[in-house]
Design a protein around this ligand. Structure first.
Ligand code: DAH
Length: 346
C-alpha cells in the first residue's frame, strides 16, 4: 500500500478510537500506541528519511500535521476525562465535605515556662519589671562583684562550667544580673529599681533526681532609699500567698549568702499535707521556696549605689522546684527528657 494512504488510515483509526475512550487507563494506552516512542505516528515520522526523495516532503508535512492534530485531540480528551471523573466523584459522594476534620496536634507550654509566666505575672503586679542578663558571664560579675572573692570558701557552693576563654563562664546563678541591672536600670546608683531576672543557670554537678546541670532561676532585686527587712518579708510572703494559696503560712530561717546580709531562706507551708508532714516535705510540714536577704553594702557599691543612702533586698527562687512542688513531680530529670508522656500532662 502507498505509505501516505497507510498513514491516513492510521490517523482515522486513532481518531475513531480516541473518540470512544472514557477512562484514564485506556487513554494512556492509546497515547503509548500512537504518540509514544514506538507509537505508529512517531515511527511513521521517523521513517520519512528512508523514503524516495519525491515523496519525502509531502509525507513529512502530512505526518507532522497528523501528529499535531492527534496531540491536540489527546489533550482535549484528557481534560474531558478528568472533568468527568471529578464530577462523578462528587456526585457519588466520595468526597464528603461534611466529615469533621482530622485534629491537628497542638504544642503546649513546657511546665517550667508555665510556672515562669505565673511567677512573672505575680511580681509584675507588685511593680517588678523583667530584666534579662546574659547566660555567658564573666568571673568578675558572677563571683567577685557579688562579694565572693577568688578563694572565698563560698565558691564551693557553685560548681562552675568554665569556657576555654579565661574568666568567661556559664553563670551559676542569676545573681550577677543584679550588678548589671543596678548599673543599667539604676543609672549607676541614682534611681530606685524593682526587677526580676528570670533565666537559665548552669552547674557542673552530678545529675540526680534533685539536681540538673541546667535549670532556671528567678532572681529579684529592689533597691531604694528606705527599704528594710520588713519590706522583704512582707513582699516575699505576699508572693508566696499568690503562688501557693492565700491561707498558706510562710516562715523565714536565718541562712548565709555572701551577697546578702542578713540572709534567709523562705519556707512555705507544705501544699500537699498542709503542714501535717508527708514525703514531699520530708515530714517537716514546710517546703523551701527561695533564698533571700538584704543586699550586702559591698554589692550595692559594686552596682554603683552609695550604701549609706541606699538599701535593698534580693531573692532567688527555682521555678523547676516550684513546679515539682505544685505537681508532685519527684524527679527533676523529667524536665529535660522531652518525653511527651510527661509534657502532655501539663
Ligand atoms: N544565688 C543564690 C543561689 O544560686 C540564690 C539567692 C539567694 C539569690 C539569696 C539571692 C539571694 O538574690 O538574696 O543559690
Amino acid at each position: 500500500m502507498h505509505m501516505l494512504e497507510q498513514l491516513e488510515q492510521t490517523y482515522h483509526r486513532a481518531q475513531a478510537e480516541l473518540d470512544g475512550i472514557r477512562d484514564k487507563d485506556t487513554l494512556a494506552d492509546w497515547e503509548r500506541r500512537y504518540l509514544g516512542k514506538k507509537g505508529d505516528i512517531t515511527v511513521a515520522l521517523r521513517s520519512t528519511g528512508q523514503m524516495p526523495k519525491e515523496e519525502r516532503a509531502a509525507f513529512g508535512k502530512r505526518a507532522n500535521e497528523i501528529k499535531n492534530a492527534l496531540t491536540d485531540a489527546f489533550t482535549a480528551r484528557e481534560t474531558d476525562i478528568q472533568a468527568h471523573e471529578l464530577a462523578r466523584t462528587l456526585e457519588e459522594g466520595e468526597l464528603d465535605v461534611t466529615l469533621p476534620g482530622r485534629p491537628v496536634s497542638m504544642g503546649g507550654l513546657h511546665p517550667t515556662t508555665q510556672t515562669l509566666r505565673e511567677i512573672s505575672a505575680i511580681w509584675a503586679e507588685m511593680g517588678f519589671q523583667v530584666y534579662r542578663s546574659p547566660d555567658v558571664e564573666d568571673d568578675e560579675t558572677n563571683f567577685n562583684l557579688l562579694n565572693i572573692p577568688p578563694h572565698h570558701p563560698a565558691r564551693d557552693m557553685w560548681d562552675t562550667f568554665h569556657t576555654t576563654t579565661p574568666g568567661v563562664l556559664l553563670r551559676t546563678h542569676t545573681s550577677p544580673g543584679q550588678i548589671r541591672a543596678m548599673h543599667e536600670l539604676g543609672h549607676d546608683g541614682t534611681e530606685p529599681i524593682r526587677v526580676i531576672l528570670p533565666g537559665m543557670c548552669y552547674r557542673y554537678e552530678q545529675i540526680s533526681a534533685r539536681s540538673e546541670v541546667q535549670f532556671n532561676q528567678v532572681e529579684g532585686l529592689a533597691v531604694g532609699r528606705n527599704i528594710r527587712l520588713s519590706d522583704l518579708k512582707g513582699t516575699i510572703a505576699e508572693f508566696a500567698r499568690h503562688m501557693f494559696g492565700e491561707d498558706k503560712r510562710v516562715r523565714f530561717r536565718g541562712s548565709y549568702f555572701p551577697f546578702t546580709e542578713p540572709s534567709m531562706e523562705v519556707d512555705v507551708e507544705c501544699i500537699l499535707c498542709e503542714g501535717h508532714g508527708c514525703p514531699v516535705c520530708k515530714y517537716t510540714g514546710w517546703l523551701e521556696i527561695a533564698g533571700c536577704g538584704m543586699v550586702h553594702p559591698v554589692v550595692l557599691q559594686n552596682g554603683g549605689y552609695d550604701p549609706t543612702e541606699w538599701s535593698g533586698f534580693a531573692f532567688g527562687m527555682g521555678p523547676e522546684r516550684m513546679t515539682m512542688i505544685k505537681h508532685g513531680i519527684k524527679d527533676i530529670r523529667y524536665f529535660w527528657q522531652d518525653d511527651l508522656r510527661f509534657l502532655e500532662q501539663f
